[in-house]
Design a protein around this ligand. Structure first.
Ligand code: PLP
Length: 287
């Protein structure tokens, strides 16, 4: 049996998974999503992702398509049926299907789609080399804290990175400060060994990886400086890295063609990756 998707109450073969043309997600990007990592067949930080889904839905006044407990069951069932060991579960909730009209429709049930995707773990070669990043202007709306499916500026940024031979784009606000990556949070380590990332407000998505890493850092006594950093400061940083549910903690060794630090993944970054993976029992070196 091939891969299944879950679409509005039914498990369907992935190639045949469809939504209606008047789904408001399709027409208006009127919906939200979550990407939950799966490691060794288990969801990582599932409750934190469901909390963020709850918040995103509430901010847009979209109801839950089913109870939280039911959604949990469906995602576990999808992982089981798809035999997913390592990868992600994608959850998308839109306001529902209604005749096209900008204002909210009345009495419409939110639409739910869930899929899984298998992902390879980062190879030792990639981890040893680190990623290249380019900077681009941040042209997004002002509620980046909502995990909205409206991702066109993020797609344009990622494509620009790809065309420049990089993996990620760090988006920069008009004052010259980095907000975040197109699908990741952005971090640097200063010459004094302080870890810098900006505060989670309306200007960035509060990454779950970010939230968990902040706890890890507090436990390990690593000094955090929660503030914006400029592109210039990033060029001169000792280390840089990014975080997300599909990358975990990934070293960044080049920004706009300039090597960061000595051009190799830094010690703080490597330590944070190990400690973050240990929060869900993953030991890369042992794997
Ligand atoms: N920032 C943006 C814009 C994102 O799209 C994502 C993830 O998709 C993140 C940050 C990282 O969030 P998380 O750690 O929850 O995956």
């Amino acid at each position: 049996m091939g891969r299944l998707a879950y679409v509005n109450g039914r498990f369907v073969p992935h190639p045949q998974a469809r939504v209606h043309v008047e789904d408001r997600g399709y027409q208006f990007a009127d919906g939200v999503y979550e990407v939950v990592p799966v490691a060794n067949g288990r969801l990582v930080d599932e409750e934190l992702h469901l909390d963020r889904l709850d918040r995103s839905l509430a901010e847009l006044r979209i109801g839950w398509p089913m109870s939280r407990a039911a959604l949990r069951l469906v995602s576990h069932e999808l992982i089981r049926r798809n035999g997913l060991a390592n990868g992600i579960v994608y959850v998308q909730v839109t306001r529902g299907v209604a005749p096209r009209d900008h204002k909210f429709p009345k009495g419409v049930k939110p639409a739910l789609v869930m899929t899984t995707k298998q992902l390879k773990r980062a190879s030792p070669a990639v981890l040893a080399q680190g990623l290249k990043v380019v900077t681009v202007p941040d042209i997004r709306w002002q509620r980046r804290d909502i995990k909205s499916i409206s991702l066109l500026p993020n797609c344009l940024a990622k494509q620009q990175a790809f065309e420049a031979g990089a993996t990620e784009a760090w988006m920069v606000e008009p004052g010259g400060y980095v907000t975040e990556g197109s699908s990741t949070n952005a971090w640097i380590v200063t010459g004094e060994g302080k870890v810098v990332t900006r505060k989670a407000n309306h200007e960035i998505l509060n990454g779950i990886t970010r939230q968990v890493l902040l706890k890890v850092m507090a436990e390990e006594g690593i000094v955090l400086d929660e503030r914006p950093f400029s592109v210039e400061e990033a060029y001169k940083a000792r280390e840089a890295f990014l975080t997300s549910s599909s990358n975990f903690v990934m070293p960044v060794t080049e920004i706009d063609g300039r090597p960061i630090g000595n051009g190799h993944p830094g010690l703080v970054t490597q330590r944070l990756r190990r400690s973050y993976l240990a929060t869900f029992g993953l030991d890369e070196e042992a794997a």
